[in-house]
Design a protein around this ligand. Structure first.
Ligand code: NAD
Ligand code: UFG
Length: 335
């Protein structure tokens, strides 16, 4: 199969492209490099010992997507391209709706025109809004608390509508929990531009000495140690979930699937695990809560196991070890 991977030069996309190549697929990366790095693609090819094809383009350019699909005979799409910073989406909502929602509409229209009707979409646990019950199963009510989350919800609805109108489509909506870690080689990983918003890249930059201390956003949540609890998932486990989803798209469907571990860890548990993995101290200060954060969020991953035959294999210690290995080998990210 030749698979068009939108956003394949980004964090999750790069790890998934590597697994796709290693599984024997042909990979066409379609990326505008707004947040991805060409160096990631070179390193994927080195690790896989195989070439991939790159088209530099924007998913909002429908003609360019159609040309890529046709020229390379793509049979499926894995769709990562999107903007993902929650705070930025509050400040620049139109940019998020344009890039994520309009971009996905054009991508789907291009697929429709080319007769490609198989897609795996990167959604997020953010579509569950403020959890009403834990763990979060796929039938939990959906809502959005910010424009980023709303863009994911719109896209999910667009995909469900598309399937209702065209029941021959094959659609997997993957709801990721908190992806962290890096490939075990340390050659590819997350390359945050500017100050990281997410916990693990920030912790890694403190450990390596690029930042003095971590701000722990809130120490007064109703959790065991008062800090926020999340379901961290190793990015390689997440990437492997995409391969399983593609395999399962051998018949028409539109299916929502959680990709998480089912285990929640607090901010302080992550800090401790990272100190052990890195052998470095991670000083922190407990600060006021961050607006929009919830106390706890973790998955019921049992449907993924039943439906995909997929289960995360890597634990928190593996996530921290591999994240640290990437950070140590690439202190400034891709250069
Ligand atoms: P990333 O920013 O590292 O990767 C996104 C890639 O898409 C980048 O390479 C970027 O250049 C590209 N891109 C963005 N807009 C584009 C456009 N209009 N046309 C072409 N390319 C474009 O992000 P990531 O962490 O790898 O996330 C991938 C997907 O997974 C996103 O859709 C994100 O919303 C979703 N997701 C991420 C997380 C997370 O915590 N990382 C959690 C849940 C869901
Ligand atoms: N945290 C800190 N200090 C930091 C960064 C984070 O204490 O510097 C805490 C947060 O308060 C939270 C936990 O670490 O308790 C995890 O925060 P992240 O920012 O890493 O992740 P979130 O759970 O807030 O966000 C993630 C994705 C979003 C998605 C959201 C909901 O990054 O894209 O999950 O699914 F919208």
């Amino acid at each position: 199969m030749t698979i068009l991977v939108t956003g394949g030069a980004g964090y999750i996309g790069s790890h998934t492209c590597l697994e796709l190549l290693q599984a024997g697929h042909q990979v066409l990366v379609f990326d505008n490099f707004s947040n991805g790095h060409p160096e990631a693609l070179k390193r994927i090819e080195q690790l896989a010992g195989r070439r991939l094809t790159l088209v530099r383009g924007d998913i909002r350019d429908q003609d360019a997507v159609e040309a890529a699909l046709r020229q390379h005979g793509c049979t499926a799409v894995v769709h990562f391209a999107g903007l993902k910073a929650v705070g930025e989406s509050v400040e620049q909502p139109l940019r998020y709706y344009d890039n994520n929602v309009v971009g996905t509409q054009r991508l789907l229209a291009a697929m429709h025109n080319c007769g490609v009707n198989t897609i795996v979409f990167s959604s997020s646990a953010t579509v569950y809004g403020d959890p009403q019950r834990l763990p979060l199963a796929e039938d939990h009510p959906l809502s959005a608390t910010n424009p980023y989350g709303r863009s994911k919800l719109f896209i999910e609805d667009m995909l469900r509508d598309l399937y209702r109108a065209n029941p021959d489509w094959r659609i997997a909506i993957l709801r990721y929990f908190n992806p962290v870690g890096a490939h075990a080689s340390g050659r590819i990983g997350e390359n945050p531009l500017g100050t990281p918003n997410n916990l693990m890249p920030f912790v890694a930059q403190v450990a390596i000495g690029r930042r003095d201390f971590l701000n722990v956003w809130g120490g007064d949540y109703a959790t065991a140690d008062g800090t926020g609890v999340r379901d961290y998932i190793h990015v390689v486990d997440l990437a492997l979930g995409h391969l399983k989803a593609l395999q399962r798209l051998d018949v028409p469907q539109c299916t929502e699937i959680n990709l998480g571990t089912g285990n929640g860890y607090s901010v302080l548990e992550v800090v401790k695990a990272f100190e052990v993995a890195s052998g470095r101290a991670v000083p922190y200060r407990v600060s006021p809560r961050r607006a929009g954060d919830v106390a706890a969020c973790y998955a019921d991953p049992s449907y993924a196991e039943r439906f995909l035959g997929w289960k995360a294999q890597r634990g928190l210690a593996d996530m921290c070890r591999d994240h640290w290995n990437w950070q140590e080998q690439n202190p400034e990210g891709y250069v």
